[in-house]
Design a binder for this molecule. Sequence first.
Ligand code: GAP
Length: 497
Amino acid sequence: MDALVALCKRRGFIFPSSEIYGGINGFFDYGPLGVELKKNIRDCWWRDLVHRRDDIVGLESSIIMHANVWRASGHVDGFTDPLVDCKVSKQRYRADQLFFAPVVVDGATVGYVSALESEDTAGVLQAAAETLKRKRAIQGALAPVAPRDLTEARPEEIALIPSPATGEPGSLTPPRAFNMMFETHVGAMRDDSAVAYLRPETAQGMFVDFKAVVDTGRVKLPFGIAQIGKSFRNEITPRNFIFRSREFEQMEMEYFIHEDADWAKCHREWIDWCTGWLHSIGLPASHLSEYNHPAAKLAFYSRGTTDIMFRYPFGVQELWGIAARGDYDLKQHEKHSGVPQVIFDEASKKKFTPHVIEPAVGVDRLVLAVLCAGYAEEDVTDDKGNVEKRTVLRLSPRIAPVKVAIFPLLKNKPELVARARELYRKLQRRYAVFYDESGAIGRRYRRQDEIGTPWCVTIDFETVETDGRFTLRERDSMQQTRIDETQLFALLDAQID
Ligand code: GAP
């Protein structure tokens, strides 16, 4: 992760927000290459889902909506995370990410240890338990730790659990519900009637505009409404770079189905569609898995939720949630607004509330996933037999920020520069291309490898003096072939869509 974060900063993918003022935790800026990568991911999703299917339409709803939207959806009352304070250090923790265990020696509890959630929480707690036993010179057999999180602590245990910040017990508060919505005021008044929220998900826009979309007459069940946009959550512990931030972007789709439809089949179809789409932007199957939420932990209205998980360097984590939400959201909005949220079924001549399958993914989590999956450091041997390190980002051509880099072999040969510039201008009309004439060719290749450019083209003397063909160098294999302009356009056409 450290190497990747450093690369993102060095090469202009992602910067901490407001860095010249010391930064602001949980917010990030996308630099010149990052913004291209992110846009390509968004564009691929939109093209594949909205343009290339007949059953999905797009939407862009406002970020700030009527506060009643969030009362109806349940966010005002229930969009909370359990918060724990350390009264001494003033640190705040998410109770479900703060783990503890009693230290049990010869069957008796001799103290408590705590640790923040990590890849190996149990291992860290076990080591802490051994340290505690050794420091206090306690004799006897130490039992294996049984980790629980702070939401599971009994009231009398809270006082005995050490704060991760101080290592001492007595400073942690019992968990309390912390609402994650950012609040603001609309208009000149600052009273309760003017309270509004930055949306914590894009999904509610699709529910609130459901009738408006249906009434435009373009859609018939089953159909989906898709939206890409910013969401905001005042996360207690933003972490792991852009994985969990406070301002992020979501791509969500609400797929409305008949109340009697086979929702489980439809749910499965969407899980498969999402998995296939992830492969299409270059995420390998080896990094992906599925997690089915246990029935006991589902929201009361949910019939089933499956997360597509990605193996990040910091652990296997949720990338894409696919939820079967029944008719809960439309029914809630009907109840709170008084406006029927129903559709007329021609076959049964009946009105009913459709049910919904919702695939919801974060663009930033996707950006991080493709960067993690693509990042590699490897030893390569040059023509003279020297071994050097190359850093390469193996990004799919569909999403790579730069598709082709064009180099004249030498920058002081006007005929080479002229031909390279001509090709560059031609390609630029259709693709994101980069022109570079400075430094040795090997160094120019390395610079492009590091930002994930799939192909480099070098214009040399043969190009201008003989058949017009040039060298095409492929990023992953580093193989070089000679091709002409028509072949280059055909290659790009086939690979970038
Ligand atoms: N409408 C359903 C919904 O919003 P969610 O699981 O809370 O469900 C959907 O969010 C997706 O949004 C997640 O799978 C994740 O990819 C992304 N996401 C959620 N919170 C995020 C955060 N704080 N930072 C970055 N991405 C986030």
